[in-house]
Every structure is written in structure tokens, then in C-alpha cells.
Design a protein around this ligand. Structure first.
Ligand SMILES: *[C@@H]1O[C@H](CO)[C@@H](O)[C@H](O)[C@H]1NC(C)=O
Length: 533
């Protein structure tokens, strides 16, 4: 019953029609998909130009008539008629497009099956079995949506055909989910990175049309409680940071390598925009957008996850990787198929955990102010927190319990009152894999951000941070500094207080050097271990 309510709450964001509790496509749309599914001999659709005409016809049979990006038609034509080879185009129109039309024909029944089967899961600690059905995961409401990879495939096919209604998205803090801007940007301002982004998406469709993956992907909105009466993880006050006696976790520095290639299970940080996905479906091509292109199932979250507030993060578990790539920003290139060999968990999700946290945008001098240090630390803490440890955190943040809390104990995710609740394993081994969060386009200070992420991971009781520096010069001594700090057995509070002192001096212009030099003035040195702050 409740699941039906969830369906009603999101139906205005979906292209299908709901009548007398049945979901369906209008009959003209069914006819169009049937023709497409039989291939170009039946549909006549054998070029990008004709494909866009077919898309426009289908859209005319749907209720939302908001115009698409004006150069979308030219973008489809440019990509499918000029940029890819004739052989690739033949395969696309002869095999892949018909398979996508089949998936779209099944979309209403896939949705029905989803709403009929959504079991509740218990992975958010002590609360009762959570609902997992597709609905808007609104701001300030923690929640989780679990989708099959097949349903995600159908949703992304709807995006490709530009079928989602657009009218109420902006007003509800949701980005455009159709692919019209992806294609119009290709035409308006041709560049190879945009072409290669589309190649990743097209490759994904090729893969799912030859073999539909059978797993699940979950999307979760994590929210820190600003109001102490809520029973979820509390938002740390500045005082909780400065008084924290939690030990700093292990910190490993890698000067080469990439977050997404990290082999063991970890929370892999998405240097996110507050709108999940950032410019993935328009012109963007930095860390977050690249991840969305190589793991396109992430895009599905853009459908139902409105803008993040300061006390929120988004965690996605199970998104499969389909593409290899090289480069970054304008040098980004698709370079072939990627076979994702990650294990799956009990819920059928790949053990790939992606955590989206949005850093301050262009913070400049502001980032050294106390208020903004707390903002960044809490944002990272929200992302890094493990919902199963909610009660440990609540104890940690109560002053009078600080010294007696049993840090290594943790709380198990068990459910007291239900038999059909899934147990989702503890995350005791799951650390954080990250890098220069908020330091590229967003302009944050890399030394400060590295320390803040270390503090947040430690306070969230994570076992380790692996930090990929991406070769950033400012972080050449990060490894030495981290080893020095570790050897002095500082607590979270100790490091926090140093960061605060430094930042205060920095904003008063009493120091102009970076945090590492301020802390250890004799760096770089052959033997930093003999230094004292
Ligand atoms: C995916 O989730 C559904 C609903 O919880 C479940 O019934 C199904 O078994 C899961 N799939 C796999 C492969 O575990």
C-alpha cells in the first residue's frame, strides 16, 4: 500500500501514465517502440537525424511538451551520422536501438515489479525496516532507493529518448535528466571530450543490450540531524571536534593512481556538486562527471535526488563500471570496454561504494574561518559515517561520555521486530579512498582539505584513508606530514585544534605558508621525525 503511495509521489516525474492503478505507455508510444524494436527496415530509423524525428514524435504523444535544447537534433545527427563510423552506426541502428526499444516496452512492467517487490532493508542502524521503493529522496529526509540494474537501464533509455517530463524539476531542485543537453552541447561547442562522454554512454547501452546485468544499485540520502531530538546521526558541533579523543585512523598516500581503480572495498569519494552529477549531462568533465560516464548507472540518481544541503551526502552502492578512459577535462577520452569484476553483496549490489560530498565552491579566504571549517568537516563526516554506528556516534558527541566510550565496540545492524528484513553486513573494514576534494574547479586549499577528510574519516570510526594526490605539487610532503602526525599519536581533537589555530592565523594574515609548512617549518627534510611543531 505504502509502495503505491511512493509511486504516486513520483509519477509526475515519470513519462508513463498511471490509471486505475496500472502503469502504461500511451498506445502511440507503444506502436513507435514496437516499430523501433523491429529494426530500421520497419521503423526507417537509420540515422541520427531520423532518430531525433522519432524521438520528437514520441514526445508529442506524452503529456510534457516543454521544449528540448534547441541544438539537440543537430547533436544527435552530428554524433550518429558524422562522428561514429558507418559500421558502428549500423550496429547502433540495427541492434542496439531495437534492444533499447524492447527495454522501453518493458518499462511499465519493470516499474510494477519494482513496486510489488520492494522489500524493506535494514542498513540504517537500529531503525525499523526501511522502505526502498523509487520515490523522491527529499532534502532533510534520510532514505534509500534500491533499483535493479535492469530498471536503471530502462530509466537511462528514457533519458536517451528525452522522455522524462521537465516541467516540475527545476522548482523542486532537480536537474534535467534527459540527454538533450548532452547532445546539444556536442553541437554548440564541438569538442572531443563531449564526444567521448557520449561514447561512454553509448557503450553502456551496447553492453546492456547484449547482456542485461542482473544486480541491484542503492541510492541513499544521508542526513546529519541538526535537531537533537531526531534519532539519526547528530551533526557535530565545533566543540565535539575540538574535544574529540578518537584516534586518527591510518593514512596512506599514493602519488599515482586513481580512486576508481582502488581494488579493495572502500567508500570512494565523488568530489560532487550539490546537485548530484554536476554537469554530467551537460558540458562538465571533471572528477564527478567522469565517474558518471564510466559508471552511468549513477545518472539514475539524478532523477530523484534533489540538491544536497550542508548536512547531507549521497551514497551509491553497486553502480557497475563499463568503460575505460584516459585523461581529464578537455583531454578526457573513452578507451574501450571495462569488465567490472567487483564482488556483490547479499543484496546483489557490487561492492563499489561511491560517496558524493560537495565541498564549498570558490571559498577563497572564507575557508579558513571557523564556521566553514566546521561546515567542511561535518559534510565529510556525513558522507563517511556508517549508519550502523549511529549509536556509537551519539555517544561520542555527548561530552560526558567522551572518555568512557568504547570505540572499538560499534553497534551491529540488527533488527528486533521483523523477520523479513535483510541484514546488511557491518562496514568495519571499509575505509575511505579519496583525493583532492573540492580543490580543482572549486578552488579549495588541498592541505586543509586533506586534513579535514582525515579528521572526518577518523571521527566516523573508519579504519583508514587512502589518499590519491593526483600528483599535486602542494601535497608533495603530505606523506611525511601524515607520518609525523601519526607517530605523535594525535587524537582528532589534537589535529582539529592545530587546523583551527593555523586557519585563524592564516585568515588574520599572521601566516602565509601552507598548513604543512606552518606545522613542520623544516620540511622538506630527510628526517622529518626529529622535528617538533
Ligand atoms: C535485488 O533486490 C531485490 C529486492 O530487494 C531482491 O529481491 C533481489 O533478490 C535482488 N537481486 C539480487 C541479484 O540479489
Amino acid at each position: 500500500m505504502e509502495q503505491r503511495e511512493d509511486l504516486k509521489s513520483i509519477i509526475s516525474y515519470l513519462p508513463v501514465v498511471l490509471r486505475s492503478s496500472t502503469l502504461f505507455w500511451p498506445s502511440a508510444v507503444v506502436e513507435a517502440f514496437k516499430a523501433l524494436s523491429k529494426g530500421p527496415q520497419h521503423s526507417n530509423v537509420d540515422s541520427g537525424q531520423l532518430l531525433f524525428l522519432a524521438i520528437s514524435d514520441i514526445r508529442n504523444s506524452l503529456s510534457d511538451h516543454t521544449p528540448l535544447a534547441s541544438s539537440a537534433a543537430d547533436g544527435f545527427s552530428l554524433f550518429f551520422d558524422d562522428l561514429i563510423s558507418r559500421a558502428e552506426a549500423n550496429k547502433w541502428f540495427g541492434e542496439i536501438l531495437p534492444a533499447l526499444a524492447d527495454v522501453l516496452l518493458r518499462f511499465p512492467s519493470l516499474l510494477e515489479a519494482h513496486y510489488n517487490s520492494s522489500d524493506s532493508v535494514n542498513c540504517l542502524g537500529s531503525r525499523d525496516g526501511l522502505k526502498t521503493s523509487l520515490r523522491l529522496l527529499k532534502s532533510q529526509e534520510p532514505g534509500i532507493v534500491l533499483l535493479s540494474q535492469e530498471l536503471i537501464g530502462a530509466l537511462l533509455a528514457c533519458s536517451f529518448f528525452c522522455l522524462f517530463p521537465n516541467s516540475s524539476r527545476g522548482a523542486n531542485d532537480l536537474q534535467v535528466i534527459n540527454f538533450d543537453h548532452l547532445f546539444s552541447s556536442l553541437y554548440d561547442n564541438y569538442n572531443e571530450k563531449q564526444e567521448n562522454k557520449i561514447k561512454c554512454i553509448i557503450h553502456y547501452f551496447e553492453r546492456i543490450s547484449s547482456s542485461m546485468p542482473a544486480g541491484n544499485v542503492s541510492f541513499e540520502r544521508k542526513v546529519l540531524a541538526v535537531d537533537q531530538t531526531l534519532d539519526y546521526i547528530p551533526s557535530p558541533e565545533a566543540e565535539a571536534w575540538s574535544k574529540s579523543v578518537v584516534s586518527l585512523c591510518q593514512f596512506e598516500v599514493c602519488s599515482s593512481g586513481l580512486i576508481e581503480d582502488h581494488s579493495t572495498e572502500a567508500l570512494e569519494v565523488d568530489f560532487a556538486n550539490k546537485y548530484f552529477g554536476g554537469g554530467a549531462l551537460s558540458r562538465g568533465c571533471v572528477q564527478e562527471e567522469i565517474r558518471f560516464m564510466i559508471n552511468p548507472e549513477l545518472i539514475a540518481g539524478m532523477l530523484f535526488l534533489p540538491c544536497m544541503a550542508d548536512n547531507e551526502a549521497i551514497e551509491v552502492v553497486g553502480a557497475e563500471r563499463f568503460s575505460k578512459y584516459t585523461g581529464y577535462a578537455s583531454s578526457f577520452r573513452f578507451c574501450g570496454d571495462f569488465l567490472d569484476k567487483k564482488d556483490t553483496d547479499i543484496m546483489g549490489r557490487r561492492k563499489t561504494r561511491i560517496i558524493a560530498i560537495d565541498a564549498l565552491v570558490n571559498p577563497g579566504k572564507r575557508q579558513f574561518l571557523h564556521e566553514f571549517l566546521v561546515r567542511e568537516a561535518n559534510k565529510a563526516f556525513c558522507g563517511f559515517s556508517d549508519p550502523c554506528k549511529s549509536q556509537s556516534y551519539q555517544k561520542l558527541f555527548k561530552d560526558d561520555h567522551l572518555l568512557e566510550v568504547q570505540l572499538d565496540q560499534g553497534y551491529k545492524c540488527v533488527d528486533g521486530n521483523s523477520d523479513n528484513v535483510l541484514f546488511v553486513g557491518s562496514q568495519d573494514e571499509v575505509g575511505i579512498v579519496t583525493g583532492n576534494w573540492g580543490c580543482g574547479a572549486f578552488g579549495g586549499d588541498p592541505e586543509l582539505k586533506a586534513m579535514i577528510q582525515w579528521l572526518a574519516a577518523s571521527q566516523a570510526l573508519r579504519p583508514f584513508v587512502v589518499y590519491y594526490t593526483f600528483g599535486l605539487e602542494a601535497l608533495q610532503t603530505l606523506d611525511q606530514v601524515a607520518r609525523w602526525i601519526t607517530s605523535h599519536r594525535w587524537s582528532v581533537g589534537d589535529l582539529w585544534n592545530m587546523v583551527v589555530e593555523y586557519s585563524s592565523q592564516r585568515s588574520k594574515r599572521e601566516t602565509r605558508v601552507g598548513f604543512f609548512n606552518w606545522l613542520l617549518p623544516l620540511l622538506p627534510s630527510d628526517d622529518p621525525m626529529i622535528l617538533d611543531p
